[in-house]
Design a protein around this ligand. Structure first.
Ligand code: SOE
Length: 381
């Protein structure tokens, strides 16, 4: 099998995760990493043993040997980098949310289709093995008709007014924060599993810290716990810490979810519950190998991830035997494996989320914002 050369653009939390998980594939080489500054590029080179790092991503995009790029930058750079890369004929795997607006996401999709490159938006959380088991159960009719979807995506890394990150700045992040960062995963997951589309919603947003203390030095996602009072300046915050959303999914199914980056003790609590006419399921990312199945007239069940027990396709998302945990890192590996398989063999299935999913996600985010501003139900078409 030939080895594909790829570039990672962005050297923060996600840049590291992508670099490590690409390397685990074996048939893809990280041929270069672009960082925001020469210092960050040098640090990344040392930490991750990457030979080629740069503070100029266009250098990597201009390299004819590099076939694909991973975009792991703040959201504001997704569209400009993706468009430059696609113009240069590269395949693109972009972090979520896909863009800053529906218009940008539409341009990215149109260009990718015109140039015929493989495109992916990284909704990696779909690919926990037992989550794929839920999808198989639903497709086999084991839940019956889907009636209710509910849950949360709650974190606590922005609880204090001294917690700070680029996501708090709407110029870098876009106008929605918690709903865009983690609500985008929740909505994508529910639709991916049930096959239903969100058709209407009403949203309530809250910013608990209207002002935050911004560190005078840049800090990475999940890393801001070590500064002193004099290291901060006060800034106004115009994005939400919390969101609550009621959903309609077609004529019958209904749902609700909350997102929060200020729920003490919730490190990365992504919980989904899906209830149908025959059975219900519940899954929480903090215990990713465990799936609860509920039934009205039979004892409830707990399934522990084991490829020998997972239905159909779901078993292909478990690379380790039962009792050997597979977690967050592994979900990225599953997306990347399928993305690069498609690059090697265009007839391979598109078994990963594409810019079309990313565009749909952006439409939902714009509707959340519209609903929160108008205080009313909005339909999604
Ligand atoms: C930060 O909220 C973050 O890293 C998200 O950006 C990821 O998508 C999520 O999986 C974990 O939390």
């Amino acid at each position: 099998m030939r080895k594909i050369k790829t570039a990672v653009i962005g050297a923060g939390f996600m840049g590291k995760v992508h670099t490590e998980m690409i390397r685990r594939l074996g048939f893809v080489e990280v041929a270069g990493v672009a960082a925001v500054s020469k210092e960050e590029a040098a640090q990344f080179a040392k930490l991750m043993s990457v030979e080629r790092t740069t503070d100029n991503y266009m250098e990597l995009i201009a390299d004819p040997e590099i076939e694909a790029v991973h975009i792991c930058t703040p959201n504001v750079l997704h569209a400009p980098i993706a468009k430059a890369a696609i113009e240069a004929g590269k395949h693109v795997l972009c972090e979520k949310p896909l863009a800053m607006s529906v218009a940008e996401a539409q341009e990215m999709l149109d260009l990718a289709q015109k140039k015929g490159v493989v495109h992916c938006v990284n909704h990696n959380l779909r690919y926990y093995p037992v989550v794929q088991h839920i999808r198989q159960m639903i497709q086999a009719g084991q839940l019956g008709e889907i009636l209710i979807v509910q849950g949360t995506y709650s974190q606590d890394w922005l609880l204090y007014e001294t917690d700070y990150n680029w996501r708090l700045e709407s110029k870098e992040n876009g106008p929605l924060r918690a709903v865009a960062d983690i609500g985008s995963h929740w909505m994508d997951m529910i639709q991916h599993l049930t096959g239903l589309k969100i058709t209407a919603l009403v949203a309530d947003l809250q910013t608990f810290h209207k002002k935050r203390k911004k560190p005078k030095v840049a800090i990475e996602t999940f890393a801001g716990k070590t500064l002193k009072p004099e290291d901060y300046e006060e800034v106004e915050i115009d994005t939400e810490d919390y969101g609550g959303v009621l959903l309609r999914l077609g004529e019958k199914a209904r749902g609700a979810f909350t997102v929060s980056q200020m729920s003490a003790g919730c490190k990365n609590r992504f919980q989904i519950e899906i209830y149908g006419t025959e059975a219900g399921v519940m899954w929480n990312q903090e215990t990713p190998d465990i799936l609860w199945i509920g039934r009205r007239n039979e004892p409830n069940q707990i399934i522990v991830k084991d490829p020998a027990l997972l239905m159909g396709e779901a078993a292909t998302y478990a690379d380790l035997p039962g009792g050997h945990s597979e977690g967050y890192d592994d979900t990225h590996k599953q997306v990347f494996k399928r993305f690069y398989r498609k690059i090697l063999d265009p007839s391979a299935p598109t078994a990963f989320p594409t810019f079309e999913d990313g565009l749909w996600g952006m439409k939902l985010l714009e509707k959340v914002l519209e609903s929160a501003r108008t205080g009313s139900w909005v339909t999604v078409s």
